[in-house]
Design a protein around this ligand. Structure first.
Ligand SMILES: Nc1ncnc2c1ncn2[C@@H]1O[C@H](COP(=O)(O)OP(=O)(O)OP(=O)(O)O)[C@@H](O)[C@H]1O
Length: 398
């Protein structure tokens, strides 16, 4: 009897201990969820302090076969401050008495990356914005610059869709995809579950095309129209009729989509570069999160945009179709800068509808959204005037 009483007491004691441990676990879980909410808030405050519109300049290395005619690179970096860059140029006028005139231009951006910067260094900056997208904010990352300045290298890198982000030359897109899947999986321990959707569109001559549509016959007959819609919870969405939106559950699935898209990117010849990208490509990930423990929901969109070459029409010597392409590119790039300027000035009217690109991105530009623009620069002396024009454009944006 006595033994039985002792055992009952022990069981009761153990039950109490289990109850207390479970209570502590519940409290810790609640604390973790609370800390996650605080982390999200603080992360966003830091991003807002850094600026919801940022401009980074990236100068690529000289490539094999490019020479600067025994001149110094026409670009100087400030070793004390990674925000400054100077570009310079000397002209020798042979007008009887040889005179050398030199031009120097200074620019300041949120960050300047020199030719030795690795893809990994660049991604360190971007990864914070990827986190913002997972936290429910809309993010746009653009690569701007003349043909051959390194936009596609920055966005996609040296493409090896089999190794994904696991490659030193992998660009921002594969690294972003890797971070999203890694972070989404880590957040599952805090109750978050993410549905991830991918789409990949191209805008060529102010016409939208779907880079994921493999059926060529269908592709030619389909009209892709940009429409504003409202979801059941009252959130505005920009939808493109008939465009494929693919639910993705693994990195590999996204890399397979990227393979399809890269086969379809439109290219055309110009005098500047044999095959030059004359279209804007918009790789979009919708990140729809829900937390079963807290009942919270969030929805962020991440757009990675490789803009068409920005070279000026007179330099590319364009005529006919190429001239039309160039005019459309100029129009959309100038609308993009006007939209960003109007947002920065908090204008009442933002001219989103003046180009397909800004119309498509309208939900991810402005409001709480984060915008980052890379201005890509070639260090070649032959590109001096184009580089100057790109830096001036980027200064307007910043
Ligand atoms: N940071 C870099 N390091 C090494 N190579 C680079 C770098 N940036 C660009 N390149 C190389 O320079 C060349 C031109 O780059 P890229 O194709 O990315 O230019 P682009 O601006 O996208 O041109 P386009 O408008 O034609 O698409 C490529 O061979 C690319 O591999």
């Amino acid at each position: 009897m006595e033994e039985c009483g002792r055992l009952t007491q022990t069981v009761e004691k153990l039950n109490n201990e289990i109850h207390n441990h479970l209570k502590t676990i519940d409290e810790r879980d609640a604390e973790i969820r609370e800390n996650e909410a605080i982390r999200r808030k603080l992360h966003n405050e830091v991003q807002e302090l850094k600026g919801n519109i940022r401009v980074y300049c990236r100068v690529r290395p000289l490539l094999k076969g490019e020479d600067n005619q025994d001149c110094d690179l026409p670009i100087t970096f400030d070793s004390n401050c990674d925000k400054n860059i100077q570009i310079h140029h000397s002209n020798t006028n042979d007008d009887g008495c040889r005179r050398t005139t030199s031009e120097k231009y200074d620019f300041t951006f949120d960050k300047v990356f020199n030719p030795t910067s690795a893809q990994e260094d660049i991604f360190l900056e971007i990864s914070q914005l990827v986190q913002s997208a997972l936290d429910g904010y809309n993010v746009c990352i653009f690569a701007y610059g003349q043909t051959g300045s390194g936009k596609t290298y920055t966005m996609e890198g040296c493409v090896d869709h089999n190794s994904g982000s696991n490659n030193a030359r992998a660009g921002m897109i594969p690294r972003t995809v890797n971070q999203i899947f890694t972070s989404a999986s880590a957040l599952s321990s805090k109750g978050w579950k993410y549905d991830i959707e991918a789409s990949f569109l191209e805008i060529y001559n102010e016409t939208v095309r779907d880079l994921l549509e493999d059926n060529h016959k269908k592709k030619e007959n389909i009209k892709y129209e940009i429409k504003l819609t409202k979801s059941s919870n009252g959130v505005n969405h920009v939808a493109v009729t008939n465009a494929k939106i693919v639910k993705v559950e693994s990195e590999r699935q996204v890399y397979d989509l990227l393979k399809v898209a890269s086969r379809h990117r439109a290219t055309a010849a110009t005098k500047c570069n044999e095959y030059s990208s004359r279209s804007h490509s918009v790789f979009r990930l919708n990140l729809i999160g829900s937390n079963s423990l807290t009942g919270q929901n969030c929805e962020g969109t991440l757009n990675l945009v490789d803009l068409a070459g920005s070279e000026r029409i007179n330099v590319s010597g364009a005529t006919g179709d190429r001239l039309n392409e160039a005019k459309n590119i100029n129009k959309s790039l100038s609308t993009l800068s006007k939209v960003i300027l109007s947002l920065a000035n908090k204008d009442s009217h933002i001219p989103y509808r003046n180009s397909k690109l800004t119309y498509l991105l309208q939900n991810s530009l402005g409001g709480n959204s984060k915008t980052l623009m890379f201005v890509n620069i070639s260090p070649s002396i032959h590109c001096f005037h184009e580089s100057l024009s790109s830096l001036r454009f980027a200064t307007k944006v910043s």
